[in-house]
Ligand binder design. Structure first.
Ligand code: OOG
Ligand code: NI
Length: 452
């Protein structure tokens, strides 16, 4: 039987996807295109599908992004996601992400095993603002309650009962959908304007709104370049009559490779949405807000710390180097080389035809060469801080923010764990555990590998 938390997660993400398709122009078309392109790629090359997953599974995967304003919100958000078996993994300090930095720190909630859905969750750091602005932002957020009483009660119930079922699960999905919905209302337009004028669009998107609206809900693509080309073509053809501002002109992350690594992302540009502000004197004014958009992603192999170091060096060089491609050439573009040089994580398994017999561990390379043991790259299930900063920047139409305070606070993982009231798991430990567990399946306790 499926774990009730897994079932709840799948139904919530299906509901959120339907919600976002109702709310954001073109999103349903993006999903249609994703499904068509994934189907086409899998038919041509079934090996592109991660083991055990179908085109339907892949096309239903999502990552969402939300932004929170105060520590108690992220604490309760951690409790909320635990009801869905989604735990905080990795710490992202967007305040130190180079030219596109934002005054937020983040984590991603995701299942620790067999990740399907994820939510990138950011917390505004109000101490990045000068004292007067900080007071205004904090006071706008002070009374905000994003969780309904019903939802809080269900979270408690899940915590004591170990999950929710039946009517409780249905109510949870309905309340959680409302939690992330776009309500079209905002308050304190003068604060909104002051923040945007100071290029703190991110803070305006948080502090002036009643709830953490989803700001994207990204489907998973098996080939982002092919999807990008198809979406661009449809925007000029069958979707041309729909309102849109075109696709973003670049793809975040590593360049296209024969052996995809980490994460590549791009998006169609955010559209203006109507919003009604209630001013501090109670007057209502109509305005527009631009934050939500359709992102797409493609996931490649998870890199080891050594592999990731190479990626980060390439990224740093690519900022100045005219030729991005040469900066990334230091990362071998071949899975077998990545495996041999321990730059990426792999799941080892015995080939279907291989008998269960063991020989010394040193013969693992022979077993791989003979095809009796196969190594499949483990998919990267997390995010990249520089890409994330690029996503924030392009959809907020605002590239980077400066700190307004003079003292240098360095945000740490421990600080975010304090707010979350729980530990953040290191993604590396999850990938390494998966690789080691798979090796135990092909190497016996005497250090002998499966090799007929
Ligand atoms: C989150 C941006 C990060 C990603 O895919 O890297 C992100 C945001 O805009 O709130 O979702
Ligand atoms: Ni995203």
């Amino acid at each position: 039987m499926t774990n009730p938390k897994t079932a709840l997660r799948k139904s919530l993400f299906a509901a959120l996807s339907a919600l976002y398709a109702r709310e954001v122009p073109l999103y349903d078309k993006l999903l249609e295109t994703v499904r068509d392109v994934n189907g086409r790629i899998a038919a041509r090359d079934p090996a592109r599908l991660p083991p055990g997953r179908t085109v339907d599974d892949i096309s239903a995967e999502r990552h969402g992004a939300i932004r929170l304003g105060k520590p108690e919100e992220i604490r309760d958000m951690a409790r909320f996601f635990a009801c869905l078996d989604m735990m905080p993994v990795d710490f992202y300090n967007l305040a130190e992400a180079g030219a596109k930095s934002q005054p937020v720190i983040s984590t991603a909630f995701r299942p620790l095993l067999d990740a399907d859905h994820r939510v990138f969750c950011s917390l505004l750091m109000t101490d990045a603002f000068a004292p007067a602005m900080r007071r205004r932002v904090e006071s706008a957020l002070r009374e905000r309650r994003i969780f309904s009483d019903t939802l809080l009660r269900l979270i408690e119930k899940s915590e004591t009962a170990g999950g929710l079922a039946g009517g409780d699960a249905e109510t949870f999905v309905a309340e959680a959908t409302a939690l992330f919905a776009w309500r079209g209302t905002a308050r304190d337009q003068s604060l909104y304007r002051a923040l945007v004028d100071e290029r703190f669009n991110i803070a305006a998107d948080i502090a002036c709104f009643p709830n953490p609206h989803l700001n994207h809900l990204t489907p998973n693509s098996l080939d982002i370049d092919e999807l990008y080309a198809e979406m661009t073509r449809r925007l000029q053809g069958p979707y041309a009559h729909l309102p849109h501002r075109g696709m973003k002109d670049s793809i975040e992350g590593p360049p296209r490779r024969a052996a995809p690594i980490l994460l590549r992302q791009t998006a169609y540009n955010a559209l203006d949405e109507d919003v009604v502000f209630t001013k501090t004197d109670g007057a209502r004014v109509e305005a527009t807000h631009r934050a939500r958009f359709g992102e797409i992603e493609q996931r490649g192999a998870a890199m080891t710390p050594a592999g990731r170091r190479l990626y980060d060096e390439a990224l740093a060089d690519a900022e100045s180097a005219a030729d991005r491609k040469s900066a990334f050439a230091r990362i071998p573009d071949d899975f077998e080389a990545l495996r041999r040089e321990r730059l990426a994580y792999f799941r080892y398994s015995r080939a279907a035809h291989a008998a269960r017999a063991y020989v010394p561990a040193e013969s693992l390379p022979d077993a791989l060469a003979a095809g009796t043991v196969v190594a499949h790259p483990i998919r990267y299930e997390d995010f990249l801080p520089v890409s994330a900063a690029g996503i924030f920047a392009s959809n907020l139409g605002q590239y980077g923010t400066r700190r307004e305070t003079t003292e240098t606070v360095s945000y740490t993982k421990e600080r975010l764990e304090g707010y979350l009231e729980t530990n953040i798991t290191e993604a590396y430990s999850l990938y390494a555990a998966e690789e080691n567990a798979s090796l135990r399946e092909v190497i016996d306790s005497d250090g002998r590998t499966a090799f007929p």
